[in-house]
Design a binder for this molecule. Sequence first.
Ligand code: NAP
Length: 258
Amino acid sequence: MKFDGRVALVTGGGRGIGAEIARTLAREGAEVAVSARTESEIDAVCAEIQNAGGRARAFVADLSKPEEPARLVARVTEALGRIDFVVNNAGIGSSAPVGRITLDEWNRVFTVNVTAVFLCTQAALPAMIERQSGRIVNIASVAARFGARYIAAYSASKHAVLGFTRCLAAEVAAFGITANAVCPGFVDTELVADSVARIVAKTGMTPEAALDSIRGQSPQKRLLTTAEVAAMVTLLCSEEGRGINGQALVMDGGGLLS
Ligand code: NAP
């Protein structure tokens, strides 16, 4: 299989996009460290992978705590021997007009969406440089490439992920390592279900109308599937993907054309 002998760390692997990335990399032969705060969710994803004949281990970590990313990387390396792919997927949404974003909320979003990406990557990098191989895949968002009303904290955090990814790619290119950002539009996950609930609460729309308004933001009038995002991550982790470095891979059905 493509990833036999490889170890992948997937943050935010308990549900949604991260769970699908974990399942997909495991199907391709990688041993997967599945991490998030909710033990029951990462245990369930690992059980599913194991039942399908794959290899996975759960690691509880709260990446909003500054010491946790490095501790997580150390625990995974000790337990599984190495980390070949870091998929920085854990992330949180946030929605408010600029005037109502509190400093606490701004910091909460940046700590998980940006600082944890930096710290997980920094901790995993020395061993990758020593081995002269590795992949960093950061799940950003198409909101890393444009601005819109009420998503300033989220969009700024994802722009920061993209800036970090590009600079990192330049630094690691000579060491057989690549760093890329995947930038999906709306994906069918709980994060979008939360957005639907917020729209319903704020506008009085029906849930179906709210979901339609989200689908309507894509020229394809649909949500992406988690499998589509996982397929992109698989490509970026593969040998065939080694020429792709420092890129923002937009997956939004053709909405952002630049
Ligand atoms: P989700 O269903 O809400 O899952 C988020 C994952 O991150 C969960 O496993 C969650 O687990 C984990 N997480 C959150 N806070 C954490 C923390 N402090 N420490 C460790 N883990 C934490 O979200 P998703 O939709 O799959 O999104 C995954 C990524 O894709 C995010 O970075 C998001 O910004 C990005 N994205 C999503 C969409 C979309 O439409 N869904 C579009 C573009 C980009 P716990 O709560 O158990 O910790």
